[in-house]
Design a protein around this ligand. Structure first.
Ligand SMILES: [Zn+2]
Length: 246
C-alpha cells in the first residue's frame, strides 16, 4: 500500500474558508488496480471502499457524513443542495451551506469545481462528453447567479485531472457534436474537454486568470490515476471534494 496523494488546487488553497482535494489511485487498501478506489459501483468490496473513503476524506478532515454525493448519470442537471446526502440523477451540485462537501466521482470525465469568494458559494460538476455537449458547466454558473447572486467575474475555478487531448480519442459520432476548435486529428480525432470547459467559463464571464486547469491526463498518467478508457470495467474511481468550512 502506498502513501495517500491528494491533488490540490493552487488557487483554492489561498482561501482558508475552503476545503478542496482530488484523490489519486494511490494510498488505498483495495487489491490490484483498484487501490484507492472511492466508488461502490465498480465491483470493488464495499468495506474496502469505505476504508478508502475514511482515509481520503479523513486526510482532509472531512467526515463521510458531511458529503453530498450526486448519483451521476452523464446528464445536464445541476441541483442546489442544503445538506449532505445522496442526490439522484444529477451531475452537478451547488451550495452556499457551510459544512456540506460536494463530491464528484470520475475516472476520465472532467470534474470542474467552482468557488465564489464574494457570496461564499461553491459548485461541483461532472462533465463527460455528454455533459459537455449539454454545457453543464454553463448551467452551473447560471444557477449560481440565480441562486446566490454570483457574479461570474468573481468565480474561481479548477478543472481537475481528466482525459487529456493527448489521449482522448473519440469517434466521428461524438466529434460532430463539438466545434472543430476542440478537436485535434492525431491521427485519429481527439477531443479537448478541458479547453471546452474553459471556453464555456470564459463565455460565461469568468476571467482567464481565475481558471486553473490541471495538466494531468488520467489516461497516460497510469501510476497516478484511474482511467476508464485505459482500464475498462476494471477501473476504479477518483473523487474530488469541495466545501465551505463551518
Ligand atoms: Zn494523455
Amino acid at each position: 500500500m502506498s502513501e495517500i496523494i491528494i491533488i490540490a488546487s493552487e488557487k483554492f488553497s489561498k482561501f482558508n474558508e475552503l476545503k478542496f482535494g482530488f484523490s489519486t489511485r494511490l494510498g488505498g487498501i483495495s487489491p490490484g488496480q483498484f487501490g484507492m478506489n472511492l466508488s461502490f459501483n465498480v465491483g470493488d468490496e464495499r468495506l474496502n471502499v469505505l476504508e478508502n473513503r475514511e482515509r481520503f476524506f479523513g486526510a482532509l478532515k472531512i467526515g463521510l457524513d458531511e458529503l453530498a454525493i450526486p448519483r451521476q448519470v452523464q446528464g445536464g442537471v445541476v441541483q442546489r443542495v442544503y445538506t449532505q446526502g445522496g442526490y439522484d440523477s444529477c451531475d452537478g451540485l451547488i451550495t452556499d451551506s457551510k459544512g456540506v462537501f460536494l463530491t464528484i466521482s470520475t475516472a476520465d470525465c472532467l470534474p470542474v469545481f467552482l468557488f465564489d469568494p464574494v457570496t461564499k458559494s461553491i459548485g461541483a460538476v461532472h462533465a463527460g462528453w455528454r455533459g459537455s455537449e449539454m454545457n453543464i458547466v454553463s448551467r452551473a454558473i447560471r444557477m449560481m447567479r440565480e441562486e446566490f447572486g454570483t457574479s461570474p467575474a468573481d468565480l474561481i475555478s479548477y478543472i481537475a485531472p481528466a482525459a487529456g487531448v493527448c489521449c482522448y480519442e473519440v469517434g466521428e459520432d461524438v466529434a460532430k457534436r463539438f466545434s472543430h476548435e476542440f478537436l485535434v486529428r492525431n491521427p485519429k480525432l481527439h477531443l479537448n474537454l478541458k479547453e471546452h470547459a474553459k471556453t464555456l467559463m470564459l463565455n460565461a464571464g469568468v476571467s482567464n486568470e481565475n481558471i486553473e486547469v490541471s495538466e494531468y491526463c488520467t489516461i497516460c498518467n497510469a501510476n497516478l490515476f484511474h482511467s476508464h478508457r485505459r482500464d475498462k470495467e476494471k477501473s476504479g474511481r477518483m473523487m474530488g471534494v469541495i466545501g465551505l468550512v463551518r
